[in-house]
Unconditional design. Structure first.
Length: 382
């Protein structure tokens, strides 16, 4: 009898241990499941945040994606039709696009461009100030935008910041996102071609100017464009001829790269590459179509934003390579965005090159993604 009682006691104790173990296992399983659900939810939420622009990219045809790589000069005829036929990434306004117009007229013109574009457009205008301000030259703004040197001499960097705030208000009213500035070139020689477009200070002063400008533009939701990488120096004008820069890489790194580095650290959206042949980096071709120049931007300076060419119609490139080839060559070098007056021939050439395997669709997608992300940042895509 005692033996039976002991046996039942052992069985009972074992059962209690088993029950407790099961409960503990259930708790562990439930906690694990909760953690998995929480982790899964976080992943889904993160994926949703990341996929807003990616979803748009996935919906695009090859032709639509290639079109996004072109910031085009507005054609004299068929501007609306070309937005739809070539799926352009944006329009760059020149004097002829605003001559004789008032603010209300220009605003309506820009709105019409946006209304007829399948994907929201960049609208850009060269607005460095002084001699490079299309809005000023065509009396769309009054008083005119002053150049950076005048602003700095009168009010220091506070004057620069106030000027950017004024531009932001006018750009927002008109529908412009890109002012194609600041000029990050280091120039202290009043006789050099680029001098009047710069702040006119040494590398340290130019770096401070660029960093403050980029910071204020970001705050005001104006797209920033540092130009003209790898630094113009005291060279001649590549609008009118092929230009060769004889400086060494070490000299460029010590001086000219510094404002670009400052701008990148401040969060610059884009960098524009010159057409100068820079012997210290690549003596065989203009910087705008040189892979070596673009590798410096991506790999050494760690720039993640949009890289764009100067206008491919400028003599510095147009006298070196055909316009038909120029767009493809620029993309193969590592540009994301082509400033183009010849997009009607360049776009079909790029499409054909992708189909022939000369330019990968993976590289295309990366460039389009950078462009769409920038558009989203500026509020064009929501």
């Amino acid at each position: 009898m005692v033996k039976k009682k002991c046996l039942w006691l052992v069985i009972g104790i074992f059962g209690l241990f088993l029950l407790a173990a099961c409960r503990q296992q259930n708790k562990t399983t439930t906690t694990t499941e909760k953690n998995q659900i929480s982790s899964s939810t976080t992943t889904v939420e993160s994926s949703q945040e990341e996929s807003q622009v990616e979803k748009l990219l996935q919906q695009m045809t090859l032709e639509e994606k290639v079109g996004q790589l072109f910031l085009a000069r507005v054609p004299e005829e068929g501007a609306i039709e070309d937005l739809q036929n070539y799926h352009l990434g944006g329009y760059l306004l020149f004097d002829r696009d605003m001559a004789g117009l008032g603010q209300a007229d220009l605003k309506q013109k820009i709105a019409e461009f946006q209304e007829n574009s399948p994907t929201p457009l960049f609208i850009a205008s060269d607005e460095e100030g002084g001699t490079v301000s299309r809005l000023s030259r065509n009396k769309i703004v009054s008083p005119p935008f002053e150049n950076p040197q005048e602003l700095y001499q009168k009010d220091g960097f506070d004057g620069i910041v106030r000027d950017i705030d004024r531009k932001a208000a006018i750009f927002n009213e008109l529908g412009i996102q890109l002012g194609m500035s600041p000029d990050a070139d280091v120039s202290t020689d009043p006789e050099s071609f680029i001098y009047d477009r710069t702040i006119g200070l040494d590398a340290a002063g130019t770096s401070e100017y660029v960093a403050k400008s980029v910071g204020e533009m970001s705050k005001e939701k104006i797209g920033s464009t540092l130009k003209h990488f790898p630094g113009y120096g005291n060279n001649r004008d590549s609008h009118t001829e092929i230009v060769t820069d004889e400086r060494s890489l070490e000299e460029l790194q010590t001086t000219d790269f510094q404002p670009f580095i400052a701008g990148i650290q401040a969060g610059a959206d884009s960098i524009l590459v010159s057409h100068n042949i820079v012997n210290g980096i690549d003596s065989s071709q203009p910087a705008s179509i040189s892979p070596a120049v673009h590798e410096i931007l991506r790999d050494q300076l760690n720039f993640k934003g949009v890289i764009m060419t100067d206008d491919t119609d400028m003599a510095g490139l147009a006298e070196f390579i055909s316009q038909e080839e120029a767009g493809l060559k620029a993309l193969q070098a590592g540009n994301d965005l082509i400033l183009s007056s010849s997009y009607q021939t360049q776009i079909p050439y790029v499409i054909q090159a992708i189909q022939n395997g000369q330019y990968s669709e993976d590289a295309l997608n990366q460039s389009v993604l950078r462009i769409l992300n920038w558009k989203e940042k500026l509020g064009l895509i929501s």
